[in-house]
Design a protein. Structure first.
Lengths: 328, 297, 263
């Protein structure tokens, strides 16, 4: 039972004065899972993370890790690891001392610390960096050291608070894959907070989509993208086209990549429109087509042939089973 | 779009008229600095090496090593050291309390404003204030006697003394410390203490391994500054202890006023000694702050 | 939670006591001039003292001059160094650091020796000359603060871009400084001005050694000769300093800023 509910959060609530930032949130995660908390600023995801870490006390609800109720424990008693957006490496300590900090605090001997630090440095791919100082390293390197520091004491849970937001786009992508790889290898249950849906979709086992203190949907990336449960989940994650109400009924939408310029075996509906804009994004062509009273975005792969021009009349094909009915 | 307005080229590339204009702007400053800062100081430094006969000599410097003068330097060093050390520790404690002690925000801005005022409140009025407080008829002296039956003067205390002066100096040393160390304490990012907590450290361990080590250079540097500050101060001492406490500035004052040492060359040497000590303290301050900057990027 | 907040409150309270008690004691003492009950007699005595009025007025006037000279000396220099002569910046920083290293008493000793009646520039030969020396001495004392205030003010408004924009529209340097730069750094300059004033008003060492009828020596004199007036003067002095500092805080709210550039 414990493994299925390794991280058990029940009715977690947080008020600041009369402002309810987290409104009775519950979820269960299995051991070794990589979960993302995804949502816009102010949705409560960071607050939840900080309550798990112990930096905020919940107004109501409980948090259990591996069967132990940690709701009111001090942060330094919870045996969790945390990685911050701003890296937060101790500037006066070397990389080696930073990584070994949790071990030193726990009373581990010098030799054991050294061995573990070396192991961690190898894991993050910076084996010669032991004597370096944080100010001598790039953002990406610092964040990797921060990761190593957090997992060196073998925490039960790893918490990541938007760890990639402060980094360049390219590093963001490579680092998130590295984080995922390390997490898989070590099997640490991980909670990852982000506002970037592409990030969440690409590396999570499951995603908790949040808005205004509530859970909009909890599911695998595939489920959330293809079968969004609420309007918010549908519009926040990925691009969404609202279809003309006249032909489809109210609140109908479809993903841009599911509309095509040519007929496919599964398409059964056509629309006519005028191309208003073309965006060339390398591997993807994003067309804006005006249909009836609506502007649709269509994503097609770059087919290495002449793309449509502005003002061209085009016929769009889609399959009615791909149409999403937006809920509340 | 190329930047045409403000090149920092060598003078030869620019037209002479342009060149003279900007130097004209800096000229008042340079002339002023030379006339009222650099020349007078250099003059004194030079005068320290000129004997009574007008010849170059080291006898003035040697003349510093008399009992009276060495005693004056020693007392100055002790007062400056005592007030600097106590002021630094007290200032650090107060700054930590208002910045990281989770006290109301309004307290912090009040303390900072007050520190700005108090650090400028040195001199004659400060001496009056402490006489009114701890003098023989001072309020605190009277209250201690009347309410707690403690006669501090019978116990040996006297506000017109080494410790009285040190206590008085703290009134501007502590605020100076608070003002100078506050930015460094602000620089202790919240994430660092949070990170240390997630790694299992107690508050004490955080301060021991991270907090104080980071503050240490700023603390040490400001300590030097406080030392230099006290060493050069005279007005407070003059008004409080007069010539009963022979610190170097008092000695110099007496020399300037009435040629008490009967030897202008010696007076210059005295001034040179002062400059040397305050310069050393300030250099230490600059070097240590520069090193501390490095960590903070 | 309780024990966590105990120590900060204790430290704060002890600190507050140390700083407030002398003020209270001084004020209380200043009220004791009339035997038997509290009164403002000592203040009345002070304010009606012609020497008080004369020396305060003198120091205030000297202060104003010191402010003006300070502005004329510092502002153009900071402007040109920031704009055209950045390699002079370290030198400027060093020079403005010197007054903090060289004690006032050493400075005035230098003045007296260098500019006495038998030198090329006999400042101390006349009252006016000595006044000028006094003003310049105060400008020197206040220079580190004036420099920092003006420098910060100019950095906040990014004078480089402002100057370039004005030049493209045809303005010459003098016009740029007077119509564009000065108004925008007015707040910073005023901060420096108030600080200068605070320094000048209570200053003793230079005024006393140059034998000028300033407020500082007057305070010293009263302290040596009267019993209750010194405390009244101390309170007045404190209020004046607090007023000047308070103005600086107030001004800080009105300081203009434009988008920061990398500096």
């Amino acid at each position: 039972m414990s493994d299925q509910h390794f991280l058990h959060v029940e009715s977690l609530t947080k008020h600041y004065g009369t402002n309810a930032v987290v409104k009775g949130v519950s979820f269960d995660f299995s051991k070794g899972e990589f979960i993302s908390l995804l949502g816009p600023s102010g949705c409560g995801k960071t607050t939840i993370l900080r309550m798990i870490a112990g930096f905020e006390i919940p107004s109501a609800g409980t948090i259990q890790v591996d069967g132990e109720d940690i709701t009111v424990l001090r942060p330094n008693q919870r045996r969790l690891g945390m990685v911050f957006q701003a890296y937060a490496l101790f500037p006066n300590l070397t990389v080696g001392d930073n990584i070994g900090f949790g071990l030193k605090v726990a009373g581990l001997g010098r030799e054991e610390r050294r061995a573990r630090v070396e192991e961690m440095l190898k894991l993050i791919g910076l084996p010669d960096f032991e004597k370096r100082f944080p100010y001598e390293m790039s953002g990406g390197q610092q964040q990797r050291v921060a990761l190593a520091r957090a997992i060196a004491p073998r925490p039960r849970l790893l918490l990541l608070d938007e760890p990639l937001s402060a980094l360049d786009a390219k590093i963001r992508v490579s680092l998130r894959e590295e984080i995922r790889a390390i997490q898989r290898e070590l099997g640490i249950t991980t909670v990852f907070v982000t506002h970037d849906q592409e990030e969440a979709l690409s590396i999570s086992d499951r995603i908790v989509v949040m808005n205004a203190g509530n859970i909009e949907q909890l599911g695998t990336p595939h489920d959330i993208y293809n079968r969004p449960a609420t309007r918010f989940a549908a519009t926040f994650v990925g691009h969404l086209n609202t279809l003309p109400a006249a032909s489809f009924g109210p609140d109908r939408a479809i993903r841009p990549e599911l509309i095509s310029l040519t007929q496919r075996p599964d398409t059964d509906t056509t629309l006519s429109g005028i191309v208003s804009d073309i965006g060339f994004m390398g591997s993807v062509l994003r067309l804006k087509v005006d249909v009836a009273d609506v502007r649709l975005s269509i994503d097609t792969f770059n087919a290495n042939s002449t793309p449509p021009q502005r003002g061209d009349a085009v016929t769009l094909h889609l399959a009615s089973r791909d149409v999403l009915a937006l809920g509340a | 779009m190329t930047n045409t307005a403000a090149p920092v080229a060598a003078p030869s590339v620019r037209s002479p008229r342009r060149l003279s204009f900007e130097w004209l702007g800096v000229a008042p400053f340079v002339i002023f600095a030379v006339m009222f800062l650099i020349l007078p100081t250099l003059y004194l430094v030079g005068a320290a090496f000129i004997g009574r006969d007008g010849q170059l000599t080291l006898e003035n410097i040697a003349g510093l090593f008399t009992d009276q003068i060495l005693a004056a330097y020693w007392i100055s060093i002790r007062i400056s050291g005592a007030s600097a050390l106590l002021g630094a520790i007290a200032g650090l404690a107060i700054a930590l309390a208002i910045i990281r002690g989770r006290l109301p925000d309004s307290l912090r801005s009040t303390v900072m404003t007050f520190s700005g005022v108090a650090s400028n409140f040195a001199g004659v009025p400060l001496a009056f204030a402490f006489i009114s407080t701890l003098g023989r008829l001072g309020l605190v002296t009277i209250i201690l006697k009347a309410v707690f039956d403690i006669d501090i003067y019978r116990a040996g205390f006297n506000v017109l003394s080494f410790w009285g002066l040190t206590l008085t100096y703290l009134y501007f040393q502590i605020p100076l410390m608070i003002l100078m160390i506050a930015p460094a304490i602000d620089g202790l990012k919240k994430e660092w203490s949070e990170a240390s907590q997630t790694l299992g450290a107690s508050a004490l361990q955080f301060w021991l391994y991270v907090g104080f080590p980071i503050l240490w250079p700023s603390f040490l540097g400001t300590l030097s500054l406080l030392f230099a500050n006290a060493f050069g101060a005279i007005a407070t001492a003059y008004a409080l202890t007069g010539s009963s406490l022979n610190i170097v500035p008092i000695l110099l004052y007496a020399q300037i006023r009435g040629d008490a040492l009967q030897n202008p060359g010696l007076g210059a040497a005295l001034a040179l000694g002062m400059i040397a000590i305050t310069a050393l303290a300030n250099i230490i301050y600059l070097v240590i702050s520069a090193r501390a900057e490095r960590w903070m990027r | 939670m309780k024990p966590r907040k105990f120590w900060p409150w204790l430290v704060f309270t002890l600190g507050a006591a140390y700083f407030l008690v002398p003020l209270i004691a001084t004020f209380e003492f200043s009220l004791k001039m009339r035997r038997g009950y509290y009164s403002f007699d000592s203040y009345a005595s002070v304010f009606s003292d012609p020497a008080f009025q004369a020396t305060f007025a003198y120091s205030a006037l000297i202060g104003v001059f010191a402010i003006v000279v300070g502005i004329v000396v510092v502002v153009p220099a900071v402007y040109f160094v920031r704009l055209r002569l950045p390699h002079l910046r370290p030198l400027m920083e060093f020079i403005t650091l010197l007054p903090l290293i060289i004690p006032a008493i050493v400075l005035v000793y230098g003045y007296i020796r260098l500019y006495n009646s038998s030198s090329i520039v006999p400042f101390t030969g006349s009252a006016l000359g000595t006044d000028i020396l006094l003003i310049c001495g105060y400008v020197t004392l206040a220079m580190p603060y004036m420099y920092r205030a003006v420098d910060t003010g100019m950095r906040a408004i990014d004078i480089k871009t402002l100057t370039e924009a004005a030049q493209i529209m045809g303005a010459d340097t003098l016009r740029i400084i007077t119509s564009i730069i000065l108004p925008n750094i007015l707040v910073a300059v005023l901060s420096g001005a108030f600080l200068t004033f605070a320094i000048v008003i209570g200053e003793f060492t230079i005024a006393s050694l140059l034998n000028r009828p300033a407020f500082g020596p007057y305070l010293q004199n009263v302290g040596a000769n009267r019993a209750y007036e010194p405390s009244a003067l101390a309170i007045i002095s404190f209020i004046v300093t607090w007023g000047a500092m308070g103005m600086i805080q107030l001004l800080a709210r009105f300081a203009p800023r434009s988008a920061p550039r990398t500096d």
